[in-house]
Ligand binder design. Structure first.
Ligand code: AMP
Ligand code: MG
Length: 344
């Protein structure tokens, strides 16, 4: 058990300097510190320091074969971590970075080998959250940072989520309120002539294609059977699990209401996690609205998954979303979080 220092700062505040320097100093001496990004809270450590990076794996209980994303403040720093890259990478970086996109590129060995989990490639991202950028600029080292949750649980979109999972296990937490996008970055393999999406996220396939033309999707993400091995090692693990089982239900209210009524008749306590429009049509008691637009659903999803606690409900029913834009990432996470999928 260590004492976790917590700094409360405002997102664009001008008097945050001292706290960010303190957090940066802890990172520089090899400690693990959580901080906000525009996707989710990250748990950072010096990406060039093997021992510092191992503290991340330890605190999260993360499997050793799951590589971490290195975070940097500038395009120049990004290219300092990798070997020669295809020409489309520069176009992608100029268009989408800083932002919720991670480039998988051939590593030049600057990052410690536990960051890359022994792979020859490294995932690199420039976050756009002003606090993350300030922290990266202050310590001026690449920071390895996976989501700041216990492995397997929903990623943290507020400092309260981080505290719940990691208080006493990490040196510090920079609290700057809720994150923005609410889902993790798009991970894109840029080692071949055509880029491949390994994990859908904050930047959609359509947005990428507008810039570089054809973009492929790792076949393992689309296959219903789990026999394809995903190229992003992390995608094979069970993720984002709420405390109680969750069923995904296609097609809105009718099926949802029928399933709800059956479960209630069996004496179960049921929580509903759904779009505002779906909720309005339902006759249910325990419910959490994910908002209306796909962007709102993405931003509220992980908080919703964490809010239904064991002891309050026995099962969660959640509705499905169209797989367009950020909807691709929403459905990717929901499928991983759910224990059962009831199709129409
Ligand atoms: P997290 O940091 O928890 O958001 O997870 C990072 C995701 O990126 C995981 O699914 C990793 O497996 C994936 N990833 C990171 N680095 C690489 C890499 N070099 N090659 C393929 N996937 C990667
Ligand atoms: Mg994660």
């Amino acid at each position: 058990m260590v004492e976790t220092k917590r700094w409360n700062i405002t997102k664009n505040g001008t008097n945050n300097e001292k706290m960010i320097i303190e957090a940066g100093d802890l990172l520089k001496v090899g400690e693990a510190v959580a901080f906000p990004t525009e996707t989710v809270y990250g748990l950072g450590a010096d990406a060039t320091n093997h021992e510092a990076v191992s503290k991340i794996f330890q605190a999260k209980g993360r499997p050793q074969d799951n590589p971490l994303i290195a975070h940097v403040a500038t395009k120049e720093q990004l290219f300092q971590l990798v070997k020669a890259v295809p020409s489309y990478v520069e176009e992608l970086v100029d268009t989408f970075s800083p932002g919720p996109i991670t480039y998988v590129l051939p590593s030049n060995g600057t990052c410690a080998d536990n960051v890359t989990a022994g792979l020859t490639t490294v995932g690199v991202r420039i976050p756009s959250h002003p606090v993350a950028l300030k922290l990266l600029k202050t310590c001026n080292i690449p920071i390895a940072a996976p989501s700041a949750n216990l492995s397997g649980k929903p990623s943290p979109t507020t400092a309260v989520h981080v505290w719940e999972d990691l208080n006493g296990k990490i040196a510090g937490l920079v609290d700057a309120g809720p994150t923005g996008v609410g889902l993790e970055s798009t991970v894109i393999d840029c080692t071949q002539d055509i880029p491949v999406i390994l994990r859908p996220g904050g930047i959609s396939k359509e947005e990428l294609e507008e810039v570089v033309g054809k973009v492929m999707v790792d076949p393992a993400l689309q296959s219903a059977e789990a026999n394809e091995k995903p190229k992003a090692p992390g995608m094979k693990y069970k993720h984002y699990a709420p405390e109680v089982p969750m069923w995904l239900i296609d097609g809105g209210s009718e099926k949802m209401q029928i399933t709800y009524n059956q479960l209630i008749a069996e004496g179960k306590r049921v929580g509903i996690l759904a779009n505002r429009n779906t909720l309005e049509k339902l006759n249910v008691e325990e419910k959490i609205s994910l908002g209306e637009s796909l962007e709102e659903v993405a931003a509220n999803l992980y908080d919703g998954l964490r809010k239904f606690k064991q002891g309050d409900v026995d099962i969660i029913l959640c509705d499905t979303y169209p797989e367009i834009g950020i909807g691709q990432a929403v459905m990717n996470r929901l499928r991983k979080a759910a224990s059962r999928y009831i199709a129409e």
